[in-house]
Design a protein around this ligand. Structure first.
Ligand SMILES: [Zn+2]
Length: 534
């Protein structure tokens, strides 16, 4: 079985791989891995946005693009500088408390709850609380968690996820911080407390809490803040949710059980006040997007661009785990940038010709809230209307052979048809997002392009529910995701990564050569953004 499949893959890819590797008919993934090794080495110190090491990584990527004959497409050569305001919670001068009746209960920042510096917090907040279910408002689904509740001047408490009556894409969209804040603000809400659904947490609470010392960033360019006016944003440890729910007659177990049974969540007033003091240290940094073009060959189409994105940044240093405080981000997302570089190398070595141009963008600030891609999509270095698609690669997790591809956004645009065409040629099976409640569709850089009307996809290694591969993925998320162990000392299937890169390259070539540019499906929720782009 194994051998037959390998032969089939070899036959399909032999054409350019023979050229790429001097007659060798199989890409063993070592070239792709060599890029990961550079970007995720300890010397890169976790590629924190705005750090000297991130700049060094950006210059490395630019040098590879140049070597491969790609045209500079930044503002200063290959580099597009991006300016950020930085925020860091000054924990010694910050506090949280719940007031029930006359009694004040101090809340330990870290073990019990954290104040997110992604929203610029007001110095002091004192407000009532209301539990608003999932905290979603989706007019097209006639769904409104805020309707009929007294929400004025209050802090909304909600649980992550969404109702079974809404599509995964719709839940993802309305769970984004921008859309959620729009709905909350219009209901007079002043801040939010998110309780993660303990059944769908990527990270154990201890690691969420450990991330609270991270510097957060906002784009410095005017008009780019999505949470203007939000006074406080808090994440609450689900194991401590009973403190919040005291006196309501409701428990988190009951709420989680309702969510898991796909029943409506209760919504209710909470007879308590939250008191918060938030002190913040502020600063400024500059970081880098890196952009390069493989020019198209067709006079009619070469001014259109098929974009491939991956994020260059990771989270730098963090709380030590087993004595290691460098968060290398090998899979998140040195692996994706390495795929950009691997494909750029293959284009050169095969002297590939595509009708449309291919635009490679290694973006910064993803871990800070998709900020580098948000900036690039708002200030593209090619005309916005000429960007026809974005294919994003973020943490695709080549931990086992590549037989199934998970495609986020599969049913939203004609790009899904292109995926199916490549997949059937390569004998790879295709599945849509298997766990929409994780909101992956809005959690990486494709979303920045979607908001500008660009049909987009993100692709990952797929695993069937309940399979050993699904176990491997789950274990990776709980043990290595945003931990120092996402480094170069982990088992990775390099051959499978090379096959994945073949898949992405063929997909980009197919889209670049197609007679028509990709289109959102008419019934897709995201087609609403189309008009704004053209
Ligand atoms: Zn990440």
């Amino acid at each position: 079985m194994r051998l037959t499949r390998d032969v089939a893959v070899c036959a399909l890819t032999a054409g350019f791989l023979a050229a790429a590797t001097g007659g060798q008919t199989r890409d063993d993934g070592s070239r792709w891995w060599s890029y990961v090794e550079y970007l995720a080495s300890d010397q890169m110190q976790g590629r924190q946005t705005g750090s000297p090491e991130h700049r060094k990584a950006a210059e490395y990527v630019a040098a590879q693009f140049e070597r491969d004959g790609l045209k500079a497409a930044g503002e200063q050569g290959y580099i597009q500088p991006v300016k950020f305001k930085t925020l860091q919670l000054d924990e010694a001068h910050s506090s949280l408390a719940l007031v029930h009746g006359g009694e004040t209960q101090k809340i330990a920042i870290g073990p019990e709850a954290i104040i997110s510096a992604r929203v610029d917090p007001a110095p002091k907040v004192s407000a009532g609380l209301v539990f608003v279910g999932y905290g979603l408002r989706a007019p097209e689904s006639h769904y409104d968690d805020l309707a009929g509740l007294d929400t004025r001047g209050k802090i909304a408490v909600y649980m992550g996820g969404g109702p079974s009556t809404m599509s995964g894409a719709l839940i993802s969209h309305y769970s984004s911080s921008a859309e959620r804040w729009k709905a909350f603000r219009s209901a007079g809400i002043i801040g939010a407390i998110a309780i993660p659904n303990p059944k769908h947490m990527d990270l154990p609470w201890s690691r969420i809490a450990a991330s609270r010392t991270q510097v957060t960033m906002q784009l410095a360019a005017p008009g780019m803040s999505e949470t203007e006016g939000e006074q406080i944003s808090i994440a609450w440890n689900p194991e401590k949710a009973e403190d919040l729910l005291r006196g309501t007659g409701h428990t988190l177990d009951e709420i989680v059980a309702a969510a898991e049974a796909k029943k409506p969540l209760p919504r209710f007033q909470i007879p308590a006040t939250l008191e918060a003091t938030a002190a913040v240290k502020r600063g400024e940094v500059e970081s880098q997007n890196v952009a390069a073009i493989w020019p198209g060959s067709d006079p009619k189409f070469k001014d259109q661009y098929v974009v491939m994105t991956a994020h260059l940044d990771h989270v730098g240093f963090g709380a030590p785990i087993d004595g290691d405080r460098i968060y290398n981000g090998a899979m998140d997302d040195a692996s994706g940038v390495a795929s950009l570089l691997d494909i750029a190398d293959r284009l050169r070595s095969t002297a590939a010709k595509t009708k449309r141009s291919l635009l490679f963008v290694a973006v910064t600030g993803e871990e800070k809230g998709l900020l580098g891609s948000k900036y690039f999509a708002a200030h593209p270095t090619v005309p916005a209307r000429d960007i026809v698609a974005d294919i994003n690669c973020d943490m695709f997790l080549p931990l086992f052979p590549f037989r199934l591809v998970t495609v986020y956004g599969l049913d939203e645009s004609t790009l899904g048809n292109d995926v199916h065409a490549i997949a059937s040629k390569m004998r790879i099976r295709v599945q849509p997002d298997p766990e929409p409640s994780r909101n992956v569709f809005i959690r990486s850089d494709q979303y920045s392009f979607i908001l500008h009307g660009v049909p987009s996809l993100m692709l990952d290694f797929g695993a069937e529910k309940g399979s050993p591969e699904a176990d491997i993925q789950k274990r990776w998320l709980s043990e290595r995701y945003h931990a120092p162990s996402d480094d170069l000392n982990q088992p990775v299937d390099k051959v499978a990564a090379a096959e994945f890169n073949t898949f992405i390259m063929k997909l980009m070539e197919r889209v670049a050569d197609a007679p028509a540019r990709p289109e959102w499906k008419r019934e897709s929720f995201f087609s609403r953004y189309r008009a704004s782009a053209r």
